[in-house]
Unconditional design. Structure first.
Ligand SMILES: NC(=O)c1ccc[n+]([C@@H]2O[C@H](COP(=O)([O-])OP(=O)(O)OC[C@H]3O[C@@H](n4cnc5c(N)ncnc54)[C@H](O)[C@@H]3O)[C@@H](O)[C@H]2O)c1
Length: 258
């Protein structure tokens, strides 16, 4: 997918960059001319993705392994971007996990992990990025929320609560940092066709036919479509947009189902 956005001379940090939406965001930023730091918990995958991208775009990407739940690692990732590209212009705060279970059976560890990665991790990365961006005179942060931070579904208590928290966090940071020229927005994807959804479908845990029928658009989204909407929020084209959550869900959350 081609976009009209130009990120030449800019440096982006993408978390959860080794697969799915994060990797599509990396590809979109590289395609738009940026240098990109890929940050992910999965060291082997993030290095493999970086090697592949560097073969086509020498010197444009680099990898760092770590967890967004560790504030020191979040700071190190932001510093790595400054070392790599001289600045930290954009952060795609994208790392996330699910952790679905019926609420009567949801165990403490699963609850804490989902909140820790999806919400606390998003804050630690945004805080580290905000410190760098405030110092350099501005920047843009795009948090990956979910349509399940805006509407709800059963058996997703921790995920929905965490992603709704990301939507609220986005507003707070946006109003705190607007006078420092830092914009903070969120992208809220609906169901997206990734390796994860494909695997769940093959295992019979996700009914793709039923999902397609439920989405007004009649299909799941693609990682490239989510990346393109994220690029808009990170780009100068959206220069007066801050504190917003852009729901990219093919109409799912607008449709009050029969
Ligand atoms: N796929 C969808 O349908 C969908 C829909 C709505 C929202 N989202 C959100 O989009 C984001 C990306 O999801 P995806 O579908 O691409 O998932 P994915 O599992 O393909 O990718 C997530 C990546 O995050 C990494 N990660 C996990 N925990 C981490 C941590 N603590 N620190 C650093 N990296 C970590 C994983 O290693 C993985 O590479 C998540 O925030 C998810 O909640 C996805």
């Amino acid at each position: 997918m081609t976009t009209t956005f130009d990120f030449s001379g800019r440096t982006a940090l993408v978390t959860g960059a080794a697969s799915g939406l994060g990797l599509a965001m990396v590809r979109a930023f590289v395609g738009a001319g940026a240098k990109v730091v890929l940050f992910d918990l999965d060291e082997d995958s993030v290095r493999a993705a970086t090697d592949t991208l560097n073969a086509d775009h020498p010197g444009r990407v680099t990898a760092l392994a770590g967890s967004v739940t560790d504030p020191a690692a979040a700071s190190a990732a932001c510093e790595a971007a400054v070392d790599f590209g001289g600045r930290l212009d954009v952060v795609m705060n994208n790392a996330g996990i699910s952790g679905n279970a019926p609420s009567l059976e949801l165990d403490e560890a699963t609850w804490r992990r989902a909140i820790d990665v999806n919400l606390s991790g998003a804050f630690f990365v945004a805080q580290a990025a905000g410190r760098v961006m405030a110092e350099q005179g501005g920047g843009g942060i795009v948090n990956t929320a979910s349509m399940y931070g805006v509407v709800a579904a059963p058996e997703r208590a921790a995920y929905c609560a965490a992603k709704a928290g990301v939507v609220a966090l986005t507003k707070v940071l946006a109003i705190e940092w607007a006078d420092r020229n830092i914009r903070v927005n969120a992208i809220a994807p609906g169901y997206v066709r990734t390796a994860l959804t494909e695997t769940l479908a093959i295992q019979g845990r996700l009914d793709l036919g039923a999902l397609n029928a439920r989405v007004p658009a009649g299909r799941l989204g693609t990682p490239e479509e989510i990346a393109a909407a994220s690029l808009f929020l990170a780009s100068d084209t959206s220069s007066y947009v801050t504190g917003q959550t852009l729901v990219a869900d093919g109409g799912w959350s607008s449709y009050s189902y029969l």
